[in-house]
Design a protein around this ligand. Structure first.
Ligand code: 6R9
Length: 650
């Protein structure tokens, strides 16, 4: 058992993990990224990134790798020019790989489309011409509000091709959330569809856009992809995608854009505050997403079948469905629907069908699969898999083990990748051919990245210490600002610690120097003077064989300041009882120390989550403190809170 934490610690370090898994020898021998990557980056960080930028095709070489003369405003590959769409599509066709499949698309109802790189090029060119015909010019903004259909990738790449800045909005957001994002970006065109399929039903997107657009004077045209064939009302601004895109020319000459040309704006998922438009630019962004996709997933474009289960409306969909994988010429699976439609083995069925070799998904999905039971993946042949990735939240060590065991056949390395909308690309992650992996830890800065864990005063914490994760140096894919609000950019990310990027996450370094992410700083609990991370208590609960998922919050407590309240989902058909709850409280106490023992545990059937699967703890805090709920507009399913509140009062 651990000792009681020292009260002076910025963040207590309670959980210990001793399991470790060496990279499979053949993976290590043939890995894209070997140990010398770290040495190269340490020797000369800027030369390292320059080498990675050279993996892309530039029409004009840069004069300077990094301009950091006016921090926190960075410029990477200053003076360089390139076209992102050319790098993601044309160059693969020109290299003779036009017949390679870019996307194996699977609709939720079971309809499929196979799109090669040649076909992708044709579609992107047509869409680029159609947007140009509508008057969209370089620098204009285009909002994209689409389900997971290939047109989402085509639309993004078409914007990139003509230098229009896209702003993708989650297909699940309400009209008012969509309207405020369109207004903030002053978008000229909205690309949407009649709907999409989720949970067996066609959703309706067009009427939401109609409602939003009435509040958005900037919008001149709405382009509508026909997906469900559902009824739509057409007004003056509306045009069908198949009319304007299919009739446009398939010839389009890509123009070159400055390395710092704005590529996209993406509003942060906002588990806490008002959404911010995070701005990403061209050359540095593409360099880092392409490099990390190759190094962290070890992608071999000729033989791998890659699948990232994220939605296009999340940064993961931008960096690791569209830009990173396509810059690397990957063949990938894209799936429209939810993992339980029409049955709970849908993911595994698709892996078997397409021979998926690399899977990238989120802890929330993994814990859901755990809850559904091991017997479901066991019915499918998952032997094609060779690497598993995780992103979006801390992955509890037991969920990590389950993923490795039941999905990865006990052999696939699991890479836990930490990054943010703001960082644009993976920052902390094992390299699958180099790093012995540790369940639950994101482990190390990738080569060329300077992440650190610091205390309240910005000093590096020693091994065994806890604090905040920061970046000590700028990086190529970093956000350049908050759209239209440079001051907010400075205040939010660069004012907490002098000269360092503050990510807002708690973290610790274990005895071997591995980095562990411990959740958002706003979620840290203060119990009797000890700063305790919600993540560690959640992981302790998930390590009990009867628990699938848990969300922990600190609720005001007259004695301890805050008391730990846990909302817990049980595995399979386990029934909750007073004995089990007592057992769970003791289990946490035994694993982390008595200080972390929950005051109360509640069994629930669902947890409130954003569309990208992050638990919204602030809503649970409202429940635990018997307050009325705060903003619920970014919730994936708003009925969940009613269920939890009813359970709380009964
Ligand atoms: C890519 C993405 C960013 C926040 C981040 C952190 C959490 C993401 C994580 C992780 C622990 C990981 N997060 N990956 N926490 N381990 N591997 O998720 O971007 O939606 O902006 O969220 O997500 O709290 O600060 P975004």
């Amino acid at each position: 058992m651990n000792e009681t934490p020292n009260t002076r610690d910025t963040l207590a370090n309670l959980l210990t993990e001793t399991r470790q898994f060496a990279p499979p020898p053949d993976l290590a021998a043939n890995a894209n990224a070997k140990a010398d990557e770290y040495e190269k980056a340490d020797r000369d960080r800027l030369a390292f990134w320059e080498e990675k930028a050279n993996r892309l095709e530039w029409t004009k070489k840069w004069d300077r790798v990094l301009d950091w003369d006016n921090p926190p405003f960075a410029k990477w590959f200053v003076g360089g020019e390139l076209n992102v769409a050319y790098n993601c599509v044309d160059r693969h066709v020109l290299a003779g790989n036009g017949d390679r499949v870019a996307i194996h698309w699977e609709g939720e109802p079971g309809d499929t489309r196979t799109i090669t790189y040649s076909q992708m090029l044709e579609q992107v060119c047509r869409a680029a011409n159609a947007l140009t015909d509508m008057g969209v010019r370089a620098g204009d903004r285009v909002a994209i509000y689409l389900p997971m259909i290939p047109e989402a990738a085509v639309a993004m790449l078409a914007c990139a091709r003509i230098g229009a800045t896209h702003s993708v909005v989650f297909g699940g957001f309400t009209a008012s959330a969509l309207a405020s994002r369109i207004q903030d970006a002053d978008a000229k065109v909205v690309i949407t569809s009649d709907g999409g399929y989720r949970r067996g039903k066609p959703s309706d997107l067009k009427s939401i856009v109609d409602e939003a657009v009435t509040q958005c004077d900037s919008v001149e045209k709405v382009v509508v992809v026909q997906r469900t064939g559902g009824e739509v009302t057409f007004g003056d601004k509306d045009v069908w995608w198949h009319d304007v895109v299919d009739n446009a020319s398939s010839e389009h000459t890509p123009e070159s854009f400055d390395a710092e040309h704005p590529l996209y704006i993406l509003y942060t998922s906002g588990t806490t505050a008002k959404p911010k438009g995070i701005l990403h630019t061209t050359g540095g962004y593409l360099t880092q997403v392409a490099y990390t996709h190759s190094a962290v997933f070890d992608l071999k474009p000729e033989s791998d079948v890659y699948w990232c289960g994220a939605d296009i409306g999340w940064v993961t969909g931008h960096s690791y469905i569209v830009y990173g994988p396509m810059a690397n010429g990957a063949t990938q699976v894209m799936y429209e629907g939810t993992p339980d439609t029409p049955h709970k083995g849908r993911y595994w069925e698709l892996i078997q069908k397409y021979g998926v070799t690399i899977l990238y998904t989120a802890p929330t999905a993994i814990r859901t699969f755990m809850k559904w039971g091991d017997d479901i993946p066991a019915q499918f042949d998952l032997s094609s898999l060779r690497i598993l990735g995780s992103v979006g939240e801390p992955i509890n060590p037991e969920a990590w083990m389950w993923y490795r065991q039941h999905i990865g056949g006990g052999e696939c390395p699991v890479v836990d990748t930490w990054w943010q909308t703001e960082t644009g690309a993976i920052m902390v992650s094992p390299l699958p051919g180099v790093t012995p992996t540790v369940p639950g830890s994101a482990q190390k800065s990738i080569p060329g990245i300077e992440a650190d864990v610091v205390d309240d005063e910005g000093k590096s914490v020693p091994n065994g210490g806890g604090g905040f994760i920061v970046m000590r140096e700028p990086w190529p894919a970093m956000l350049r600002t908050v759209w239209g609000d440079d001051q907010r950019y400075k205040d939010t990310y660069w004012s907490r610690f002098d000269g360092m990027y503050f990510a807002g996450d708690g973290a610790k370094r274990d005895e071997d120097g591995n980095i562990w992410l411990l959740g958002r700083v706003d979620d840290v609990m203060l119990v009797s003077g000890h700063n305790i991370s919600t993540t560690e208590v959640e992981s302790a609960l998930v390590s009990h064989p009867k628990v699938a998922e848990s969300a922990v919050v600190g609720a005001t407590d007259p004695v301890t300041g805050q008391g730990i309240v846990a909302f817990t989902i049980l595995r399979g058909d386990v029934e909750g009882s007073d004995e089990l709850l007592a057992e769970l409280r003791n289990h946490v106490s035994k694993n982390l120390g008595p200080i972390a023992k929950p005051r109360q545990i509640m069994v629930v059937s669902e947890l409130p989550k954003t569309r990208s699967g992050k638990i919204m703890r602030r809503l649970l805090r409202d429940v635990a403190e018997h307050r009325s709920l705060g903003d619920v507009t970014t919730l994936q399913d708003s009925t969940v809170m009613d269920m939890i509140q009813k359970g709380m009062s009964s």
